[in-house]
Design a binder for this molecule. Structure first.
Ligand code: SF4
Length: 365
């Protein structure tokens, strides 16, 4: 397994738009049960993980874990994955005190802060609750003072009531914090969330969302944070290696409830329920037919600006993309990709309408 993901399923409260699996306000006993099981799974998978090159602690809110839990977790991962070059952890600004920043940078070399928006009214509109603690500026200062050299900020746009001017303000605010990486996703009404119920029946303004996506590319590009994937922007050399590896079809092992894994052939997902996961409920295995798997790998690489070279695709899948030539030619005719004998790249339009690329390649007969 080339990449390790650990899902930390705890949050201070539940945001109204969130469809990720997490337990709000967990008690310490539950956190320790989760840790014990993760530690034993790391031991069980030590042989598979020894050559992994990235680790990603996601959630939930990993930075909510008590310091002693984080330290034990980091020590175990350090031992299981001795060759990792990129170790990322997600953090919520309100948790990042100077003491927490010291722990968060003691093993991870990349921290991403979930900001979403700097405008309190917009955060209210999506039900992202405020908590006492450092604000984003203070969290960034604490992380930089602790020596962090690779900082990511996560933002959201097309929030209810948001205008292009407000989105510009959020982007400019983020740029002022001088991050190495920015992710910016449009808010999505995920089925079953309070946010989806709240906006049900309201027409979606696709044109505004598309305009904000274009605005992001322009403003962040001018700030020397060029787009390298549909929703991701980075200083050259600071692109997320973990995510890039996953987009380019590499294997990954996911530990923790709701975590997904892929071994190059099958994909499996752990149960989205902490207690059931602790009780040993087996994961759901998704055996993907070969052609669909190749289509998936091909389309995921086309989320990135640089797309695929023929050689990279062959190394990733052990085959070539000629089986998809009819679909690729059609995508090229519609201006969604450009091709040469040895490369395929999405066009700007292809990135904006990536769902059409995905549909064409994954559901190809
Ligand atoms: S903090 Fe993140 S993971 Fe937790 S509920 Fe909010 S959006 Fe979901």
């Amino acid at each position: 397994m080339r990449n390790l993901y650990i899902h930390v399923p705890f949050c201070a409260g539940k945001c109204d738009y969130c469809a990720f699996y997490s337990e709000p306000a967990p008690d310490t006993a539950l956190i320790r049960l989760w840790l014990d099981r993760i530690l034993s799974q790391l031991e069980e998978n030590a042989t598979r993980l020894k050559d992994a090159e990235t680790v990603y602690f996601g959630g939930g809110t990993p930075s909510l874990l008590p310091d002693d839990v984080l330290k034990r977790l980091f020590a175990a991962v350090r031992e299981a994955v001795p060759n990792a070059v990129e170790i990322s952890i997600e953090a919520n600004p309100f948790t990042v005190t100077p003491e927490k920043a010291a722990v968060l940078t003691s093993f991870p070399n990349r921290v991403t802060l979930g900001i979403q928006s700097f405008e309190p009214a917009l955060l209210d509109a999506i039900g992202r609750r405020a908590h006492a603690g450092p604000d984003p500026e203070e969290a960034v200062r604490n992380l930089r003072d602790a020596g962090l050299r690779n900082l990511g900020l996560d933002l959201m746009y097309a929030l209810p009531g948001e205008t292009s001017d407000l989105w510009r303000r959020d982007l400019e605010h983020a740029i002022e914090l001088n991050p190495e990486h920015i992710s910016a996703y449009s808010v999505t009404p995920e089925p079953g969330t309070p946010f989806a119920r709240m906006v049900a029946g309201r027409p979606e303004d696709d044109a505004l969302s598309e305009a904000m996506w274009e605005q992001s590319g322009l403003i962040l590009g001018e700030a020397r944070l060029p787009r390298y994937e549909i929703s991701n922007y980075a200083r050259p050399g600071f692109e997320s290696r973990h995510n890039s590896n996953v987009w380019y079809g590499q294997t990954y092992l996911g530990l923790g409830p709701a975590a997904c894994s892929f071994d190059g052939t099958d994909r499996w997902t752990q149960v989205s329920d902490l207690r059931a996961w602790l009780d040993g409920t087996p994961p759901e295995i998704d055996r993907i037919p070969r052609r669909a798997r190749l289509g998936e790998v091909l389309m995921m690489g086309l989320r990135t600006i640089r797309g695929w070279t023929r050689c990279e695709f062959e190394v990733a899948t052990g085959t070539n993309w000629d089986d998809f030539s009819a679909q690729l030619n059609e995508l090229a005719e519609h201006g969604l990709v450009t091709q040469t004998e040895d490369t395929i790249m999405p066009t700007e339009r292809g990135l904006a309408f990536w769902n059409d690329i995905a549909e064409s390649l994954v559901f190809a007969p």
